[in-house]
Design a protein around this ligand. Sequence first.
Ligand SMILES: O=C(O)CCC(=O)C(=O)O
Ligand SMILES: [Fe+2]
Length: 316
Amino acid sequence: MISKPPPAADPSAQLEFDGAVIAGAQVPIELLGRLNETPDWRRGAAELPALLARDGYVLLRGALSREAVLVARREVLLQLAAVGEICEPVEAAVASGLSKRAELHPDLSAFWRTVSESPALRAVSHGLALAEASAAVLGCPTVPFDFLWLRTMAQGRSSPLHFDHVYMNRGSQRVITAWIPLGDLPLRAGPLVVVEGSNRFDALIARYRGVDVDRDGLPGSFPMDAIAFAKSHKTRLLTSDFRAGDVLLFDMFTLHGSCDNCLPGGTVRLSCDVRWQAAEDSRDERWFGHPPGGHGGLSYGGLNAARPLGDAYLVR
Ligand SMILES: O=C(O)CCC(=O)C(=O)O
Ligand SMILES: [Fe+2]
Protein backbone atom coordinates (compact mmCIF):
# COMPACT_ATOMS: atom_id res chain seq x y z
CA MET A 1 0.00 0.00 0.00
CA ILE A 2 1.35 3.42 -0.93
CA SER A 3 0.76 6.17 1.61
CA LYS A 4 1.24 9.87 1.31
CA PRO A 5 -0.51 12.51 3.40
CA PRO A 6 -3.46 14.05 1.57
CA PRO A 7 -3.21 17.77 0.79
CA ALA A 8 -4.66 20.03 3.48
CA ALA A 9 -8.38 20.30 2.84
CA ASP A 10 -10.02 23.68 3.20
CA PRO A 11 -13.75 23.02 3.02
CA SER A 12 -14.61 26.71 3.41
CA ALA A 13 -12.82 27.39 0.13
CA GLN A 14 -14.89 24.81 -1.75
CA LEU A 15 -17.61 27.12 -2.96
CA GLU A 16 -15.58 30.21 -3.79
CA PHE A 17 -15.57 31.55 -7.32
CA ASP A 18 -11.87 32.18 -7.07
CA GLY A 19 -10.67 32.51 -10.63
CA ALA A 20 -9.78 29.87 -13.15
CA VAL A 21 -6.65 28.77 -14.98
CA ILE A 22 -6.68 27.39 -18.52
CA ALA A 23 -3.61 26.10 -20.37
CA GLY A 24 -1.41 27.56 -17.64
CA ALA A 25 -2.84 31.09 -17.79
CA GLN A 26 -5.23 32.85 -15.40
CA VAL A 27 -8.52 33.58 -17.19
CA PRO A 28 -8.81 37.41 -17.32
CA ILE A 29 -11.67 38.38 -15.03
CA GLU A 30 -13.61 40.11 -17.82
CA LEU A 31 -13.61 36.84 -19.80
CA LEU A 32 -14.85 34.72 -16.91
CA GLY A 33 -18.49 34.21 -15.97
CA ARG A 34 -20.66 31.86 -13.98
CA LEU A 35 -22.83 29.24 -15.61
CA ASN A 36 -26.51 30.13 -15.35
CA GLU A 37 -28.24 28.34 -12.54
CA THR A 38 -31.62 26.70 -13.01
CA PRO A 39 -33.17 26.98 -9.57
CA ASP A 40 -36.33 25.01 -8.91
CA TRP A 41 -35.83 23.06 -12.11
CA ARG A 42 -37.84 20.14 -10.75
CA ARG A 43 -40.94 22.30 -10.55
CA GLY A 44 -40.26 23.91 -13.92
CA ALA A 45 -39.10 20.81 -15.79
CA ALA A 46 -41.22 21.76 -18.81
CA GLU A 47 -38.98 24.83 -19.28
CA LEU A 48 -35.78 22.80 -19.60
CA PRO A 49 -35.85 22.28 -23.42
CA ALA A 50 -36.19 26.04 -23.88
CA LEU A 51 -33.32 26.69 -21.48
CA LEU A 52 -31.15 24.19 -23.38
CA ALA A 53 -32.03 25.96 -26.63
CA ARG A 54 -31.27 29.37 -25.10
CA ASP A 55 -27.98 28.68 -23.32
CA GLY A 56 -26.78 25.42 -24.88
CA TYR A 57 -26.63 23.85 -21.41
CA VAL A 58 -28.54 23.44 -18.18
CA LEU A 59 -26.88 23.11 -14.82
CA LEU A 60 -28.96 20.94 -12.51
CA ARG A 61 -27.80 21.16 -8.92
CA GLY A 62 -28.37 18.10 -6.79
CA ALA A 63 -30.06 16.16 -9.60
CA LEU A 64 -28.17 13.02 -8.59
CA SER A 65 -27.87 11.44 -5.19
CA ARG A 66 -24.80 12.96 -3.53
CA GLU A 67 -24.32 9.74 -1.61
CA ALA A 68 -24.44 7.63 -4.78
CA VAL A 69 -21.89 9.91 -6.49
CA LEU A 70 -19.51 9.67 -3.54
CA VAL A 71 -19.84 5.87 -3.53
CA ALA A 72 -19.05 5.83 -7.27
CA ARG A 73 -16.03 8.07 -6.66
CA ARG A 74 -14.75 5.72 -4.01
CA GLU A 75 -15.29 2.64 -6.15
CA VAL A 76 -13.24 4.13 -9.00
CA LEU A 77 -10.47 5.29 -6.65
CA LEU A 78 -10.26 1.89 -4.95
CA GLN A 79 -9.62 0.27 -8.32
CA LEU A 80 -6.87 2.81 -9.05
CA ALA A 81 -5.39 2.22 -5.59
CA ALA A 82 -5.37 -1.53 -6.29
CA VAL A 83 -2.94 -0.87 -9.16
CA GLY A 84 -0.83 1.40 -6.95
CA GLU A 85 -1.79 4.69 -8.61
CA ILE A 86 -3.76 6.34 -5.81
CA CYS A 87 -2.60 6.75 -2.21
CA GLU A 88 -4.50 5.84 0.93
CA PRO A 89 -6.90 7.19 2.03
CA VAL A 90 -8.33 6.93 -1.45
CA GLU A 91 -11.03 9.60 -0.99
CA ALA A 92 -8.35 12.32 -1.28
CA ALA A 93 -7.55 11.11 -4.85
CA VAL A 94 -3.83 11.80 -4.49
CA ALA A 95 -1.76 10.15 -7.23
CA SER A 96 1.24 8.15 -6.09
CA GLY A 97 3.23 8.80 -9.26
CA LEU A 98 3.61 5.03 -9.61
CA SER A 99 1.65 2.37 -11.43
CA LYS A 100 1.41 -1.39 -11.54
CA ARG A 101 -1.53 -1.24 -13.94
CA ALA A 102 0.20 -2.61 -17.05
CA GLU A 103 1.91 -5.34 -15.03
CA LEU A 104 -1.29 -6.45 -13.29
CA HIS A 105 -3.60 -5.87 -16.27
CA PRO A 106 -1.77 -6.32 -19.59
CA ASP A 107 -5.11 -5.77 -21.36
CA LEU A 108 -5.43 -2.07 -20.48
CA SER A 109 -8.64 -1.69 -22.46
CA ALA A 110 -10.30 -4.50 -20.48
CA PHE A 111 -9.13 -2.96 -17.19
CA TRP A 112 -10.52 0.45 -18.08
CA ARG A 113 -13.76 -1.15 -19.21
CA THR A 114 -14.08 -2.84 -15.81
CA VAL A 115 -13.49 0.47 -14.00
CA SER A 116 -15.87 2.31 -16.35
CA GLU A 117 -18.54 -0.33 -15.80
CA SER A 118 -18.27 -0.29 -12.00
CA PRO A 119 -21.82 -0.87 -10.77
CA ALA A 120 -21.74 2.14 -8.42
CA LEU A 121 -20.61 4.38 -11.27
CA ARG A 122 -23.26 3.05 -13.65
CA ALA A 123 -25.91 3.55 -10.98
CA VAL A 124 -25.13 7.27 -11.28
CA SER A 125 -24.38 7.64 -15.00
CA HIS A 126 -27.08 5.27 -16.27
CA GLY A 127 -29.61 5.50 -13.44
CA LEU A 128 -33.14 6.72 -13.11
CA ALA A 129 -32.25 10.25 -11.99
CA LEU A 130 -30.36 10.97 -15.20
CA ALA A 131 -32.97 9.16 -17.29
CA GLU A 132 -35.56 11.58 -15.92
CA ALA A 133 -33.37 14.67 -16.18
CA SER A 134 -32.26 13.89 -19.76
CA ALA A 135 -35.86 13.16 -20.81
CA ALA A 136 -36.96 16.48 -19.32
CA VAL A 137 -34.16 18.37 -21.10
CA LEU A 138 -34.60 16.67 -24.50
CA GLY A 139 -38.38 16.60 -24.16
CA CYS A 140 -38.69 12.91 -25.07
CA PRO A 141 -37.87 9.46 -23.65
CA THR A 142 -34.11 8.86 -23.69
CA VAL A 143 -31.52 6.07 -23.62
CA PRO A 144 -27.86 6.36 -22.54
CA PHE A 145 -24.87 5.40 -24.69
CA ASP A 146 -23.31 2.22 -23.30
CA PHE A 147 -19.87 3.85 -23.51
CA LEU A 148 -18.82 6.05 -20.60
CA TRP A 149 -15.98 8.59 -20.64
CA LEU A 150 -14.38 8.42 -17.21
CA ARG A 151 -11.79 11.16 -16.61
CA THR A 152 -8.86 11.06 -14.23
CA MET A 153 -7.41 14.49 -14.90
CA ALA A 154 -3.86 14.92 -13.68
CA GLN A 155 -2.53 18.01 -11.99
CA GLY A 156 -1.89 20.77 -14.55
CA ARG A 157 -4.01 19.15 -17.26
CA SER A 158 -7.17 20.33 -19.00
CA SER A 159 -9.40 19.33 -21.90
CA PRO A 160 -9.10 21.50 -25.03
CA LEU A 161 -12.09 23.22 -26.63
CA HIS A 162 -14.34 21.09 -28.81
CA PHE A 163 -17.87 20.35 -29.96
CA ASP A 164 -18.99 16.85 -28.97
CA HIS A 165 -20.85 16.51 -32.28
CA VAL A 166 -17.72 15.49 -34.23
CA TYR A 167 -17.21 12.43 -32.03
CA MET A 168 -20.71 10.99 -31.94
CA ASN A 169 -22.95 12.10 -34.81
CA ARG A 170 -23.62 8.87 -36.72
CA GLY A 171 -26.95 8.17 -35.08
CA SER A 172 -29.41 10.48 -33.38
CA GLN A 173 -29.02 14.25 -33.70
CA ARG A 174 -30.97 14.61 -30.45
CA VAL A 175 -28.09 13.85 -28.10
CA ILE A 176 -26.93 15.60 -24.93
CA THR A 177 -23.84 15.19 -22.84
CA ALA A 178 -24.16 14.77 -19.09
CA TRP A 179 -20.97 15.93 -17.37
CA ILE A 180 -20.88 14.52 -13.87
CA PRO A 181 -18.35 15.69 -11.26
CA LEU A 182 -17.35 12.68 -9.18
CA GLY A 183 -16.89 14.54 -5.92
CA ASP A 184 -16.92 18.20 -4.86
CA LEU A 185 -14.97 20.12 -7.49
CA PRO A 186 -13.96 23.71 -6.74
CA LEU A 187 -12.79 25.83 -9.66
CA ARG A 188 -9.19 24.96 -8.99
CA ALA A 189 -10.01 21.29 -9.64
CA GLY A 190 -10.50 22.25 -13.30
CA PRO A 191 -14.20 21.69 -13.99
CA LEU A 192 -15.93 21.97 -17.34
CA VAL A 193 -15.98 25.36 -19.05
CA VAL A 194 -18.53 26.45 -21.66
CA VAL A 195 -18.04 29.18 -24.27
CA GLU A 196 -20.92 31.59 -23.69
CA GLY A 197 -23.32 31.81 -26.62
CA SER A 198 -21.40 29.22 -28.67
CA ASN A 199 -24.59 27.27 -29.35
CA ARG A 200 -25.54 30.25 -31.55
CA PHE A 201 -22.23 30.63 -33.40
CA ASP A 202 -23.96 29.56 -36.58
CA ALA A 203 -21.07 30.00 -39.01
CA LEU A 204 -18.72 28.03 -36.78
CA ILE A 205 -21.31 25.32 -36.20
CA ALA A 206 -21.91 25.04 -39.96
CA ARG A 207 -18.18 24.33 -40.45
CA TYR A 208 -18.27 21.47 -37.95
CA ARG A 209 -21.69 19.97 -38.68
CA GLY A 210 -21.28 16.54 -40.22
CA VAL A 211 -17.54 16.35 -39.48
CA ASP A 212 -16.66 12.87 -38.21
CA VAL A 213 -13.24 12.56 -36.55
CA ASP A 214 -12.94 8.86 -37.36
CA ARG A 215 -14.04 9.06 -41.00
CA ASP A 216 -12.34 12.38 -41.79
CA GLY A 217 -9.15 11.87 -39.79
CA LEU A 218 -9.41 15.37 -38.37
CA PRO A 219 -8.57 16.45 -34.83
CA GLY A 220 -11.78 17.05 -32.91
CA SER A 221 -10.44 19.75 -30.65
CA PHE A 222 -9.82 23.38 -31.55
CA PRO A 223 -6.24 24.54 -32.09
CA MET A 224 -6.90 27.76 -30.14
CA ASP A 225 -6.99 27.63 -26.35
CA ALA A 226 -10.15 28.78 -24.61
CA ILE A 227 -8.80 32.15 -23.47
CA ALA A 228 -7.57 33.08 -26.95
CA PHE A 229 -10.87 31.86 -28.42
CA ALA A 230 -12.99 33.92 -26.00
CA LYS A 231 -10.90 37.02 -26.70
CA SER A 232 -11.07 36.67 -30.45
CA HIS A 233 -14.80 35.92 -30.46
CA LYS A 234 -15.61 38.64 -27.90
CA THR A 235 -17.32 36.24 -25.57
CA ARG A 236 -16.79 34.77 -22.10
CA LEU A 237 -15.94 31.43 -20.56
CA LEU A 238 -18.56 30.15 -18.16
CA THR A 239 -17.86 27.75 -15.36
CA SER A 240 -18.68 27.10 -11.73
CA ASP A 241 -17.65 25.17 -8.72
CA PHE A 242 -19.52 21.86 -8.53
CA ARG A 243 -20.79 19.64 -5.75
CA ALA A 244 -21.21 15.88 -5.88
CA GLY A 245 -24.78 15.37 -7.13
CA ASP A 246 -24.71 18.24 -9.66
CA VAL A 247 -24.88 17.53 -13.38
CA LEU A 248 -24.26 19.76 -16.36
CA LEU A 249 -26.23 18.78 -19.47
CA PHE A 250 -25.28 20.31 -22.79
CA ASP A 251 -25.85 20.23 -26.50
CA MET A 252 -23.59 18.66 -29.15
CA PHE A 253 -22.90 22.19 -30.50
CA THR A 254 -22.02 23.88 -27.23
CA LEU A 255 -18.31 24.60 -27.37
CA HIS A 256 -16.57 23.45 -24.20
CA GLY A 257 -13.36 22.28 -22.61
CA SER A 258 -12.12 22.31 -19.04
CA CYS A 259 -10.10 24.48 -16.71
CA ASP A 260 -6.70 23.22 -15.56
CA ASN A 261 -6.56 20.93 -12.59
CA CYS A 262 -4.74 23.17 -10.09
CA LEU A 263 -5.40 21.00 -7.05
CA PRO A 264 -2.28 20.68 -4.91
CA GLY A 265 -0.12 17.67 -4.23
CA GLY A 266 -0.95 15.58 -7.31
CA THR A 267 -4.67 15.39 -6.57
CA VAL A 268 -6.61 13.96 -9.50
CA ARG A 269 -9.86 15.54 -10.77
CA LEU A 270 -12.43 12.79 -11.22
CA SER A 271 -15.48 13.16 -13.43
CA CYS A 272 -17.32 11.25 -16.08
CA ASP A 273 -19.36 12.16 -19.10
CA VAL A 274 -22.08 10.10 -20.64
CA ARG A 275 -24.44 10.76 -23.52
CA TRP A 276 -28.19 10.35 -23.54
CA GLN A 277 -30.20 10.45 -26.74
CA ALA A 278 -33.79 10.27 -27.96
CA ALA A 279 -34.81 6.64 -27.41
CA GLU A 280 -36.59 6.29 -30.73
CA ASP A 281 -33.69 7.56 -32.87
CA SER A 282 -30.96 5.52 -34.55
CA ARG A 283 -27.74 4.90 -32.63
CA ASP A 284 -24.10 5.62 -33.37
CA GLU A 285 -22.74 2.07 -33.45
CA ARG A 286 -19.38 3.10 -31.96
CA TRP A 287 -20.89 3.83 -28.56
CA PHE A 288 -23.30 0.94 -28.12
CA GLY A 289 -22.52 -2.73 -27.52
CA HIS A 290 -20.74 -4.96 -25.02
CA PRO A 291 -18.10 -3.71 -25.22
CA PRO A 292 -18.77 -0.73 -27.49
CA GLY A 293 -16.31 -0.51 -30.40
CA GLY A 294 -15.28 3.09 -29.74
CA HIS A 295 -12.95 5.06 -32.00
CA GLY A 296 -11.17 2.75 -34.46
CA GLY A 297 -12.46 -0.32 -32.65
CA LEU A 298 -10.21 0.48 -29.68
CA SER A 299 -13.15 0.56 -27.26
CA TYR A 300 -12.09 1.72 -23.77
CA GLY A 301 -8.44 1.35 -24.79
CA GLY A 302 -8.83 4.46 -26.97
CA LEU A 303 -9.18 6.78 -23.98
CA ASN A 304 -6.25 8.66 -22.42
CA ALA A 305 -7.50 7.52 -19.05
CA ALA A 306 -6.94 3.89 -20.10
CA ARG A 307 -3.19 4.49 -19.91
CA PRO A 308 -1.42 4.00 -16.58
CA LEU A 309 -1.27 7.20 -14.54
CA GLY A 310 2.36 6.66 -13.56
CA ASP A 311 4.72 9.50 -14.37
CA ALA A 312 2.05 11.73 -15.79
CA TYR A 313 0.73 12.19 -12.29
CA LEU A 314 4.01 12.99 -10.54
CA VAL A 315 3.91 16.27 -8.68
CA ARG A 316 6.09 18.79 -10.47
O1 LIG B 1 -14.11 16.56 -18.26
C1 LIG B 1 -13.46 17.02 -19.18
O2 LIG B 1 -12.29 17.45 -19.04
C2 LIG B 1 -14.03 17.13 -20.57
C3 LIG B 1 -15.42 16.61 -20.63
C4 LIG B 1 -16.05 16.75 -21.96
O3 LIG B 1 -15.48 17.13 -22.93
C5 LIG B 1 -17.46 16.36 -22.07
O4 LIG B 1 -18.11 16.10 -21.04
O5 LIG B 1 -17.98 16.33 -23.20
FE1 LIG C 1 -16.77 17.06 -24.66
